[in-house]
Write a protein that binds this ligand. Structure first.
Ligand code: GCU
Ligand code: CA
Length: 155
């Protein structure tokens, strides 16, 4: 920068850097790769289409879970959206364990490709404040790849 003769400032060069993502995540989104989430497997980035910085590739084993710790502003029934990709040929099933109590069984159908991500919706009871939500696979194939959990307001 330099001052011009009339006292103004002339910029010879100006560079702008982007500091925030194009689209901020919606409220209530919890990425599977971000603590305090727990992934019993590896955090991978090899299949495109995930959000955030990666996804949870759970070990192919029964009980190899993905766990989220989420906040609810009120107790009640909340709608969850579980983002996943299942490039295998068979559905993978899991028990949802909410605050230590086993609840619904969820089936994650094949999505056709590991790069095709879809959202499975399910309702669970939540307490006010902090809650743990664990996706506990029931068969030896384990979970599908899991991207994030969306938690809607409890009603
Ligand atoms: C492949 C794929 C993984 C996936 C795994 C599975 O190895 O690359 O992303 O998790 O299959 O079957 O679970
Ligand atoms: Ca896996």
């Amino acid at each position: 920068m330099r001052a011009s003769g009339s006292g103004g400032v002339v910029a010879d060069q100006l560079s702008l850097g982007k500091t925030s993502p194009d689209t901020p995540p919606p409220p209530g989104r919890y990425e599977a790769e971000t603590a305090p989430a727990v992934c019993q497997g590896t955090i991978d980035t090899n299949w495109s289409g995930f959000s955030g910085s990666g996804f949870c590739n759970g070990n192919n084993a029964a009980g190899a879970y993905a766990q989220f710790t989420v906040n609810a502003s009120a107790a009640g029934t909340a709608t969850l959206g579980i983002r996943f990709a299942n490039g295998g040929s068979a559905a993978r099933t899991a028990t949802l364990v909410v605050n230590g109590s086993a609840g619904a069984t969820v089936s994650f159908e094949p999505t056709g490709a590991w790069t095709t991500w879809v959202t499975k919706t399910v309702t669970v009871p939540l307490n006010t404040g902090s809650n743990t939500i664990r996706c506990d696979p029931t068969t030896a194939t384990g979970l599908p790849n899991v991207g994030y959990l969306d938690v809607g307001a409890a009603a």
